[in-house]
Design a protein around this ligand. Sequence first.
Ligand code: HEM
Length: 340
Amino acid sequence: MHKKYGDFVRTGTKKKCPKNFNALTIIRGPAGLTIFHPETLATIYDNYPFNKPAWYDNLRPYTGLNTHRSKYVHKHRRRVWDHAFTASALRSYQEVLKSKSNALDELVMKRAGHPIIINDFFYWASWDMMGQLGFSKTFGMLQGQKWHYAIQMLRKGLTFVGPYTSVPWLVRIAFDLRILPSVRNFIQMEDWCARQMDERIEISGHLIAWSVERNRLQKDLPTLYGDSIAIIVAGSDTVAHTLIYAFYHLARDSSQLRKLREEQADTDLQDFRQLQCLPHLNGIINEVLRLYPPVPTGGFRETPSEGAEIGGRWIPGKTLICAPRWTIGRRKETLLICDR
Ligand code: HEM
């Protein structure tokens, strides 16, 4: 689309105004632009006036940290989440990461000399890590060497989100009717995520503790269940996907592997603070995220009512902006900005 139409592509209806605001506008969704300009991501995410559109209501009645549309509530919940990511909290997660990495290592070593589908191994490992860190619970995938039923349910459930992206109101109706099998899967997936929060601790323990201390656990349940979905969906596939592409490139380019090993020679690999200081390791991770972003598109934002400038163009108010990371990350202009 970028090659054919350029940096600014209209992908929604024309801007709403009393004259052309008609049934078609409602059915097809709000005015929308897909923007490939390299400055778009920084502008719409780091810039206070941009808002989260109705798409983020898809999980309702649950609302996790990533789906709060009110900036005030989001900022407040962000502070609650911070408790789970302090230096001491991160240190306490190291043992879990170590034991899951060792289990992964053993599994690979057992198959030495035979071809393996490493994708499965990385998914099992990242789901097991997320289960343990998020909820103090193992999904036992590395041990059992098989997929947990919840992932299949999650995948089927999430297929529902994509096609209805531009018509969030239809999602609400579909949720009430519960006729489509993919909707039933989605609801099952949400309920399963919520049950994980009920059984909890670790990251979720920090979030629950905050509500318990203030005697508002019942009131906070919809937001805690939404957070549970955030931990499960955001914390598993993203990591597996990144590992798969990193190892794909390392397997193809042994000089990178050699450099990595040299850099890590005097490092305690279990100490996250030491790992954070390795430039080549971090460079590889950043490059993989640039070339293969686990969230390749989506993450919509809406321009403020008064409009806003993006990439040197004025965009009218209440326009839905999509900035596809996959394409933007691969533009040579993006690399020039990174260098700067
Ligand atoms: C390679 C790994 C990851 C990538 C590439 C990634 C990517 C992203 C992106 C693009 C967003 C913004 C989405 C939007 O605005 O709609 C986001 C938000 C978020 N992610 Fe991740 N993520 C990763 C790992 C994780 C993990 C492990 C967790 C586990 C807890 C997590 C939890 C969250 C949360 C809670 C938010 C919302 C943050 C906020 O609104 O303040 N992510 N992530």
